[in-house]
Design a protein around this ligand. Structure first.
Ligand code: ME8
Length: 515
């Protein structure tokens, strides 16, 4: 039976333009979605925009637009960014859509029916930038004795009537969840942090606001709008048609993977499971938090003017180079820095040299010496068998790693084989065999073409455009690009198109630094 796989990105706030940090989580989720499709799963991949709340309302006012016009415009820009980044989403949800508003209200009612929502008054600290409430004990000292949220965001004292969710009642159940299902959240640093936060005790959570209007009205009490996180988290369900259990998409619940940034791990691993427990809804299988990007060693900020729009990098280097770098630079889950120099260095060494040259050397030797057709597989030497056996293990090895969100380790597995292929081609020297043993030359080139087919197949999720070109050059048709298709050898004699370089070399940054 085909397995269903449901993967999500965070829904991004539309209070500002999309940047490389947003692209990052979406690319990671896209890799998982594409990988699962190649493995034969039926995938549902959701992304979207988070459009309510005070922060968005204020950004709209500052831009001199109505919240709706403002969110329409910025949401479209997020969608355009996702398209540029080749994010293969199946659905893009906006929290201002009626389907979402209905679903969020239905979830509220379901939680309320459990008895875990009560009306009270909120008095405490709120950080608008984080759209989060903080306890006095969590605050840190800022300059001039000013109090700040632990994230460094300014806080304000808020006092208003509010509905509360009885989060305090869920401490034991949450801890039990983390203990019993260690795979529920990762990476381990994030898990430890969350567990100690929950062990310290949970306060009830204010889940409605009355001081502004831009939100989902609370059922039966329209003076209140929902706290933006109650509204936002419910998107993962409302996009499947919740509460309509007849919607066929509901079969994708529970989600297999919520990918989020580490800044919002707490909302997804504490609040979200508690809401779902209250509503009697199954919990997602896994929440994984990615690290944080800085740019040339600095935090990205409007005031520093160093906010990177991924589309600028894409127009300069191509989408796959950006996708590759984002995942390759640091083990997925850790923090990372985007420096132009290291970006260009990786493109040159790993894409242009390691992979690009390997493909170019193999394909141009075939074009010149084998009439541009795929050579026969001959009797295999030990070196041939060894190389191919390693390459054939790639899909299952990488599947295990992608399953753990070890997206960088999975790339590294492919690179081990690429390096092994480079060692093989140097050692076998097919260009020399041309004179001494042309038949063996053909066999060597066929081994390389077969290994390259596997490499290009497994790398499709990371670099869909360039691997599409590489597979075309290797004579692999569109229907022969899944993991299952790897079991069927390509027929010898298949004509290959004229080879063309796939990954260019860049000189600028290395020259600038006098290298
Ligand atoms: O938090 N490095 O939306 P948001 C890495 N609407 N990732 C980054 C990043 C950076 N510098 N900056 C942003 C929200 N991200 C809520 C989510 S979900 C139900 C609601 C990524 O627009 C990272 O994944 O602030 C982070 O969690 C997300 O963008 C936050 O986007």
């Amino acid at each position: 039976m085909t397995r269903r796989f449901y993967v999500t990105t965070p829904i991004y706030y539309v209070n500002g333009a999309p940047h490389i940090g947003h692209a990052y989580t979406s690319v990671a989720a896209d890799i998982v979605a594409r990988f699962r499709r190649l493995a034969g799963d039926q995938v549902h991949f959701l992304t979207g925009t988070d459009e309510h709340g005070q922060k968005v309302e204020q950004a709209a006012t500052a831009a001199g637009e109505t919240p709706q016009a403002f969110t329409d415009r910025i949401s479209a820009d997020f969608r355009a960014m996702a398209d540029t980044m080749q994010i293969s989403y199946d659905d893009f949800i906006r929290t201002t859509e009626p389907r979402h508003v209905r679903g969020a209200q239905a979830l509220w009612e379901k939680v309320a029916a459990s008895g875990d929502i009560y009306l009270g008054a909120y008095e405490g600290w709120y950080a608008l930038r984080d759209e989060a409430f903080y306890g006095e004990d969590e605050l840190i000292d800022g300059p001039n004795g000013q109090k700040l949220a632990p994230t460094g965001a300014p806080v304000e004292w808020v006092r208003e009537p509010s509905y509360f969710f009885r989060l305090s009642a869920y401490q034991d159940r949450l801890l039990e969840l983390y203990e019993k299902r260690p795979e529920f959240m990762g990476p381990s640093g994030s898990r430890n942090e969350i567990m100690s936060f929950v062990r310290q005790g949970l306060r009830d959570l204010s889940i409605s606001r009355t001081s502004f209007r831009w939100g989902v009205p609370v059922p039966n009490d329209p003076e209140h709008v929902m706290y933006v996180w109650f509204d936002a988290l419910s998107n993962y369900l409302t996009a499947l048609g919740y509460p309509d259990t007849n919607n066929p998409l509901m079969a994708f619940w529970p989600a297999d993977l919520h990918l989020v940034g580490k800044d919002i791990a707490r909302f997804h691993t504490v609040f979200w499971p508690a809401f779902l427990m209250a509503a009697g809804i199954e919990l997602p299988s896994r929440v994984f938090a990615n690290g944080w990007w800085t740019v040339e060693g600095e935090k990205m900020s409007k005031s520093l003017g160093n906010v990177i729009d991924p589309r600028d990098l894409v127009s300069e280097f191509g989408v796959d180079a950006v996708r590759f770098f984002l995942i390759r630079e640091v083990p997925f889950g850790g923090d990372s820095d985007l420096s132009r120099r290291s970006f260009i260095h990786r493109l040159n060494t790993e894409l242009a040299n390691d992979l690009g040259n390997l493909a170019q050397r193999t394909l141009s030797l075939i074009a010149r010496n084998c009439n541009g057709a795929l050579p026969e597989a001959g009797a295999r030497t030990e070196a041939d068998t060894h190389l191919l056996a390693q390459a054939e293990l790639l899909p299952s090895l990488m599947e295990e790693q992608v399953g753990r969100c070890a997206l960088t380790d999975a790339l590294e597995e492919a690179w081990k084989i690429i390096r092994a292929c480079n060692a093989y081609i140097d050692h076998q020297a097919p260009w020399a065999l041309k004179k001494t043993d042309p038949e063996r030359m053909g066999h060597v080139l066929r081994v390389l073409a077969d290994a390259l087919r596997i490499i290009a197949t497994v790398l499709q999720p990371w670099m869909p455009e360039s691997m599409d070109r590489m597979l075309t050059q290797l004579g692999v048709s569109e229907s022969e690009r899944s993991f299952a298709a790897l079991g069927v050898a390509l027929p010898a004699g298949r004509e290959l198109p004229a080879p063309k370089g796939i990954f260019p070399r860049y000189t600028e940054a290395e020259d600038e630094k006098g290298q």
